[in-house]
Design a protein around this ligand. Structure first.
Ligand code: SF4
Length: 337
C-alpha cells in the first residue's frame, strides 16, 4: 500500500522511553503546521488513488486534541475527494481508550500502528515504557474489534530481553491476529538514556549476526502465521547514522534477515539434492548482501547447485522436482523435515 508519511516528532509524547531519540533520528524537530501538511499533500497526492496518509513519529493520540482534530480534518478532506483511501497513525497502547478509538474512526482513521515493543513486564519496565503488556493486548483487541487495521511494532534486544523473550513477545502478538508487524531491533542512539547505560557498561546491545538470526526466526513465525512483516530494521537515514552509537544497525538489515532464511532453506534443500532452482528475482536475497551466502554455499560444498528458473514462483525452491517455500511454510506436496 502506498503511504504518504507526515512526520510528527515526539511532540505530544509525555514519555521518555529509554531508547527513544526522535529528535536525533530525524532532521525534523518541530510539529508541522497544518497549512504546511496540507500544501505537501496537495502537491504529493494523485488526483485519485489508494494508499493512506500516515501520521508517524510520535504519540498521535497524546497530541493536544485541537491539533489531532486539525490534522485528521485536513487528511479527511483528501480522503473525501478520493485522492487517498485512508488515514494511518502510530501511538502507544495506553493512549487508546474506547472514546479515543471511536473518535479516530469517526474521523476516518483506517489503520493504527501500536508501539508494543515487548510483551514482557520486566523488559517494558526496564525500558521505561510506562505501560504494561495487558495495555497492549487490550488496545490491539479493541482496535481489531472496531474493524481497524492494526499494526504491532516490536523491539527485540531491549534491556532484559533475550531471544526467547523476543520470540515469546512475537507469539503473543500473533495470537492477537494483527494486520501486520514491524520489527525494529534495539540500537543505541546518542542522547538517550540507553546511551548512558551503554557508556557505563550497564547495557550491551545484541551483536548484528545474532540479531539477524533472531529476526529471521521472527520473520519465519510471521510467515507461518500468514501475517505480513512490513519492515525489519530501521530505515537507513543520515541523521540516524550521525547519532548511532552501537547495536545491530545495518542499512540493508531486512535483506540480511531474508537472506538468512534463504541460507537455512538452501542448507535443508542441499541435503536432499545437488541442484536447487529458484526464481531469478529471488537470486539477490538468496545470495545475500554482497553475495555473502555464495561464500557460505561454497564452504558447504554447494557452490554450483543454485540455478534460476522463471517457471518457479517467487519465494520457492525446487529440488528433485518438488517446490518448497524458502520460509518453510508447508507447500502442496510436502514440507521440509
Ligand atoms: S512513547 Fe514513543 S515517542 Fe514517546 S518516548 Fe516512547 S518511543 Fe518515543
Amino acid at each position: 500500500m502506498k503511504i504518504y508519511p507526515v512526520f510528527i516528532p515526539n511532540a505530544g509524547c509525555p514519555h521518555r522511553c529509554l531508547f527513544c531519540a526522535q529528535d536525533r533520528t530525524t532532521a525534523q524537530q518541530l510539529l508541522p503546521e497544518a497549512r504546511e501538511v496540507e500544501r505537501w499533500l496537495e502537491r504529493t497526492l494523485p488526483q485519485r488513488g489508494g494508499g493512506e496518509i500516515a501520521f508517524y513519529g510520535g504519540t498521535f493520540t497524546q497530541l493536544p486534541l485541537a491539533r489531532q482534530t486539525c490534522y485528521l480534518g485536513l487528511a479527511g478532506r483528501f480522503v473525501a475527494t478520493g485522492r487517498v483511501a485512508g488515514i494511518r497513525l502510530s501511538t502507544r497502547p495506553d493512549a487508546l481508550d474506547d472514546n479515543c478509538i471511536a473518535r479516530l474512526q469517526a474521523a476516518g482513521v483506517t489503520t493504527i500502528e501500536i508501539g508494543c515493543q515487548s510483551f514482557n513486564s520486566s523488559v517494558l519496565n526496564r525500558s521505561g515504557r510506562g505501560h504494561t503488556a495487558d495495555d497492549s493486548i487490550s488496545a490491539i483487541r479493541r482496535c481489531c474489534h472496531a474493524g481497524l487495521q492494526v499494526g504491532v511494532q516490536l523491539m527485540p534486544g531491549l534491556p532484559g530481553g533475550d531471544a526467547a523473550e523476543a520470540l515469546q513477545s512475537l507469539r503473543r502478538s500473533l495470537e492477537l491476529k494483527p494486520s501486520f508487524v514491524r520489527i525494529y531491533p534495539t540500537v543505541v542512539i546518542d542522547g538517550t538514556a540507553l546511551a548512558d547505560l551503554w557508556k557505563t557498561g550497564d547495557f550491551t546491545p545484541w551483536p548484528l549476526d545474532e540479531t539477524v538470526d533472531v529476526c529471521a526466526d521472527m520473520l519465519q513465525l510471521c510467515r507461518l502465521a500468514d501475517i505480513p512483516v512490513i519492515r525489519i530494521g530501521l530505515q537507513a537515514d543520515a541523521q540516524l547514522e550521525a547519532n548511532f552509537l552501537a547495536g545491530p544497525y545495518h542499512p540493508a538489515f531486512g535483506q540480511l534477515v531474508r537472506s538468512r532464511l534463504w541460507r537455512r532453506a538452501l542448507l535443508r534443500a542441499g541435503t536432499h539434492s545437488r541442484s536447487i532452482s529458484i526464481n531469478p528475482d529471488d537470486l539477490s536475497d538468496a545470495l545475500g548482501h554482497r553475495a555473502e551466502n555464495r561464500e557460505w554455499l561454497a564452504q558447504h560444498g554447494m557452490s554450483s547447485c543454485l540455478v534460476t528458473d522463471k517457471t518457479i514462483a517467487r519465494g520457492m525452491l525446487r529440488t528433485s522436482g518438488e517446490d518448497f517455500y524458502f520460509d518453510a511454510r508447508p507447500a502442496q506436496g510436502g514440507q521440509y523435515g
